[in-house]
Design a protein around this ligand. Structure first.
Ligand code: ATP
Ligand code: PH2
Length: 222
């Protein structure tokens, strides 16, 4: 997504979720200290599968066939158990950190997102990553990229679009039924619901920009 289109959306998201945009910028500057320049990355496959963390995600894994597999953050743990390592992981370091670090050690291309609420995680864990691509939802800076998208799942779809996949297939996206982690408070659940509505809006926009029809279901092709 073009930055000109993204920034007004980002302002709306920040207002809705009470996000302090300066903290997001500060997080990107911090991640920049460790970041790498994105090398020429090319994929021969036509299709990218994006695996989200909906409660029934596993039911749809058998429908995956040849293509690049991109797992969104916490979905890595259940995906690993069924399918092994994916090709790409898109994370704000919120999922099981050992699974994310091991994926990176095993050659999974890793996109690490900086935002104002994961500064402590970046500080604690970034040293364990061999190589990664840094992302931001704020203005991009040297070696910290903004491909568009907000939650790890919709951001993964925007990354796939950036790499020009003909087909993007989303699996494990349920915008009405958040996967509830055991430490979630009532406020976390309210926040998660809001984030999923933004994910829905952003994926609909992406589908429209790709000239695809969006239909909410267990397998969404855009
Ligand atoms: N029902 C769902 N529950 C959780 N995540 C979902 C769901 N449907 C789709 N997703 C996608 O799966 C991605 C990975 O899920 P995860 O639980 O790691 O959330 P997250 O992006 O880290 O958000 P948060 O940091 O607020 O938990 C989400 O970013 C979201 O885009
Ligand atoms: N500041 C901030 N930014 C985010 C957050 C968040 O909790 N805080 N969560 C995200 C994905 O879930 C993406 N971006």
């Amino acid at each position: 997504m073009r930055l000109k289109r993204w920034i007004p959306l980002y302002r709306e998201i920040a207002a809705d979720l009470n996000i302090r945009t300066f903290n997001d910028y500060y997080a990107s500057k911090m991640l920049q200290n460790y970041a790498f320049t994105m090398k020429d990355i090319k994929f021969n496959e036509r299709t990218a599968y994006i695996i989200g963390n909906s409660p029934d995600m596993e039911d749809y894994l058998p429908s995956i066939s040849s293509g690049i597999k991109i797992v969104a953050d916490s979905a890595i743990t259940r995906y690993l158990m069924r399918c092994g390592y994916p090709d790409i992981i898109v994370t704000d370091l919120d999922g099981n950190i050992n699974d994310i670090i091991n994926a990176n050690k095993n050659g999974v291309l890793t996109f690490i997102h900086a935002h104002g609420d994961n500064i402590i995680k970046i500080n604690s864990y970034i040293k364990y990553f061999k190589n990664f691509i840094g992302t931001t939802q704020h203005i991009p800076i040297k070696n910290i990229y903004n491909f568009g998208g907000f939650t790890d799942g919709d951001r993964a779809a925007y990354i796939a679009d950036y790499f020009n996949f003909n087909e993007i297939v989303l699996i494990g996206f349920d915008f009405n039924r958040p996967y509830i982690k055991d430490y979630y408070t009532v406020n976390d659940i309210i926040m998660k619901r809001k984030k999923l509505q933004w994910a829905l809006k952003l994926i609909k926009m992406l589908a429209e920009s790709r000239g695809s029809k969006f239909t909410e279901s267990g397998i969404i092709e855009i």
